[in-house]
Design a protein around this ligand. Structure first.
Ligand code: ARG
Length: 266
């Protein structure tokens, strides 16, 4: 009798292990039976999100996974592209966007955001040897930005909304390609992404110009539909993860140093 029970317990354990092995890393199963959230992104934005085979990897992917597990929510993380993500969260075919998205007042008119989870600012990437001291020197240069991002906005402020010198691309990767091809002379983008690119592409011979007078401090949040029913659960999960050390662990997988969690929580 005893051994039969043991056997059954062992069989149960094996099937649980088998089932959990079947669930890919970009999906998590929370408390069963609930609906599965679809979360969009633009996955050419390393180290936050990029494709590794058919899997989205990066800080955002890991943090999202931890947050959704903590919140007990099932989800699927999908590389929708930037504009479809914004449209999808607005019309609620997507339940969220996780893409290094800056919390801005303008976006808050249309969307809700989770609690902030990362600090950022814009930076200028140029070929080494370019004569540029600050963002003001961008005047008259050919600039590349990702369409509809805070980099786009910052560049518009400097050179004018309809400047023919401003080229807009659909993805973050396309801006860096344009810079490497010489289609543009400078790219305005998020600092951690630019730093990651420079470090991992030494042959591109790029250098970064910071300018905290012209570029604001930014914070990333998960993009949510207005009045999202999940906001509270997600914010609580973010807070828990920041307090229990999980956030710091994930941070250190992707970045050097220690995160300033207090700055995010205040
Ligand atoms: N932080 C910037 C913004 O919100 C750029 C985000 C771009 N993200 C991406 N996955 N391409 O506008």
């Amino acid at each position: 009798m005893k051994s039969v029970k043991k056997l059954m317990a062992a069989a149960g354990l094996v099937s649980v292990l088998f089932l959990s092995a079947c669930i890919s890393n970009n999906e998590s199963s929370g408390s069963g039976g609930e609906e599965k959230l679809t979360i969009g992104t633009e996955a050419t934005f390393a180290p936050f999100e990029s494709m590794e085979g058919d899997k989205i990897v990066g800080f955002d992917a890991d943090l999202l996974d931890a947050v959704m597990k903590e919140a007990g929510l099932d989800y699927e993380y999908e590389n929708t592209g930037w504009d479809p993500m914004l449209v999808g969260v607005d019309d609620e075919t997507l339940q969220a966007g996780m893409a290094g998205i800056t919390i801005t007042d303008e976006r808050k008119e249309t969307y809700d955001f989770s609690a902030p989870y990362f600090e950022a600012t814009q930076v200028i990437a140029v070929p080494e040897g370019t004569d540029i001291q600050s963002a003001e020197d961008l005047q008259g240069m050919k600039i590349g930005v990702q369409n509809g991002t805070t980099g786009d906005e910052a560049a518009q402020k400097l050179v004018g909304e309809n400047s023919s010198d401003l080229s807009k691309y659909d993805s973050s990767a396309a801006t860096m390609m344009a810079l490497q091809n010489g289609d543009v002379e400078a790219v305005v983008t998020d600092i951690a992404v630019a730093q990651h690119y420079v470090k991992n592409n030494p042959d591109a011979n790029l250098t970064l110009v910071e300018d905290d007078e012209n570029f604001d401090q930014e914070y990333y949040g998960m993009l949510l539909p207005k009045d999202s029913e999940y906001k509270e659960q997600i914010d609580e999960a973010i807070q828990t993860i920041m307090e229990n050390g999980t956030y710091e662990e994930i941070y250190q997988e992707w970045f050097e140093g220690t995160p300033d969690i207090e700055a995010l929580e205040s």
